[in-house]
Design a protein around this ligand. Structure first.
Ligand code: C2E
Ligand code: CA
Ligand code: CA
Ligand code: CA
Length: 279
C-alpha cells in the first residue's frame, strides 16, 4: 500500500506541475475576471463592397490577464465553455456591445450592426432567449441590429434544439449567421430548415485563394450557393488585395479580415469609422 501511495503521490505532483495545474490556475482566475472587469471587446469591421461602408462589426472578446497581458479567446474560451463561465461572460458581452452602440452614437457615429459569437454551451442555456431579450430591452436596442454567429458544428450538435432556438431568436428579430461555414459538414438540406441571414466562409478556405485550386473552387461554390438561397455572404480572413479582387469578381458582398482592419479596441474604433472610406 505504501508503494502505491508513493506512486500516486508522484502521479499527482507530476500532473499538478503540468497542464492540469496551469489549467486550474487559469480557471480560478477566469472565475474572478468578470468581477474584476478584466474582459474587453475588440471590434472587427465587415465591409460591404456594394455600399463601400462598414456595415457590421464583429465583437471579439479579450482578457486583460493580470500577469500574462492581453489574451485571445483561444486561450480561455474552451475553459470558459467547460466550466460554464461562458454563460455569464456571454451576457456580459451582449451588455457591453449595447453600451458601446450608445457610446458610438454619443460620438456622432451611427452604430453598424453588431455580430456576436455564441458557443455551444451558451446556445443550450435554458434562459438564453429570455435573457438576451431582456438585455436589449434594458438598453433600448432593436434585435435587428444584432447578428448572432453560431458555428456549423454547434448547429449540427443537436439539430432539433438548434431549429427551435433559431426560430425563437428569429421571432424576436435577431439576425442569425452560420460561422466558419464549410468546416462543419452540414448539408444544404439541413440548413434550409433554419431562418438564416448570413453565411460566413471560414478563413481556412479564403487564405489560399485564388492560388489553391480546391479552395478557389470551394469558395466559388459557397458564394454561388449562398446567393441562390438569398443569403448574405461574408468572407473571413481576407488579408490581401489578390483575395479581395477574387472575391469581388465572385460578387461576394461582405469582407472581413486584416486587409481592412484587425479587431480594434473601442478607443481606436471611433476614429477608424470616422475616417473609413472605400470605393
Ligand atoms: P471567429 O468567430 O471565427 O472569429 C474570427 C477570428 O479570426 C478572430 O480571432 C479574428 O481576430 C481572426 N481574424 C480575422 N481576420 C483575420 C485575418 O485576416 N487573418 C487572420 N489570421 N485572422 C483573422 P479571435 O479574436 O482570436 O477569436 C477566436 C475565436 O474565439 C472566434 O473565432 C470565436 O469562435 C471565439 N470568440 C471570440 N469572442 C467570443 C465571444 O464573445 N463568445 C464566444 N462564445 N466566442 C468568442
Ligand atoms: Ca465569428
Ligand atoms: Ca469565423
Ligand atoms: Ca473560428
Amino acid at each position: 500500500a505504501k508503494q502505491r501511495g508513493r506512486n500516486l503521490y508522484q502521479f499527482y505532483t507530476k500532473d499538478l506541475n503540468s497542464q492540469t495545474y496551469r489549467h486550474l490556475v487559469l480557471e480560478n482566475q477566469l472565475v474572478k475576471a468578470l468581477a474584476r472587469d478584466e474582459f474587453d471587446i475588440h471590434y472587427q469591421p465587415q465591409v460591404s463592397l456594394r455600399t463601400g461602408k462598414v456595415e457590421a462589426l464583429e465583437a471579439l472578446v479579450r482578457w486583460h490577464h493580470p500577469e500574462k497581458g492581453l489574451l485571445s479567446p483561444a486561450h480561455f474560451i474552451p475553459i470558459a465553455e467547460d466550466t460554464g463561465i461562458i454563460e455569464g461572460l456571454g451576457l456580459w458581452v451582449l451588455k457591453r456591445v449595447c453600451e458601446d452602440m450608445h457610446r458610438l452614437r454619443e460620438a456622432d457615429i451611427e452604430p453598424p450592426r453588431m455580430a456576436i459569437n455564441l458557443s455551444a454551451r451558451q446556445f443550450r442555456q435554458a434562459k438564453l432567449v429570455e435573457r438576451y431579450a431582456a438585455i436589449l430591452k434594458e438598453h433600448d436596442i432593436s434585435p435587428h441590429r444584432i447578428e448572432l454567429e453560431l458555428t456549423e458544428s454547434t448547429i449540427m450538435q443537436d439539430i432539433h434544439v438548434a431549429v427551435d432556438m433559431f426560430r425563437q431568436l428569429h421571432q424576436l428579430g435577431f439576425r442569425l449567421a452560420v460561422d466558419d461555414f464549410g468546416t462543419g459538414y452540414s448539408s444544404l438540406n439541413n440548413l434550409k430548415h433554419f431562418p438564416i441571414h448570413t453565411l460566413k466562409i471560414d478563413r481556412s478556405f479564403v487564405s489560399d485563394t485564388p492560388h489553391d485550386r480546391d479552395d478557389t473552387a470551394i469558395v466559388t461554390a459557397i458564394v454561388a450557393m449562398a446567393k441562390g438561397l438569398g443569403l448574405e455572404v461574408v468572407a473571413e480572413g481576407v488579408e490581401n488585395e489578390e483575395q479581395l479582387a477574387f472575391l469581388k469578381q465572385l460578387d461576394c458582398e461582405f469582407i472581413q479580415g486584416y486587409y481592412f482592419s484587425k479587431p480594434l479596441p473601442f478607443s481606436e474604433l471611433c476614429e477608424y469609422l470616422k475616417a473609413f472610406s472605400y470605393s
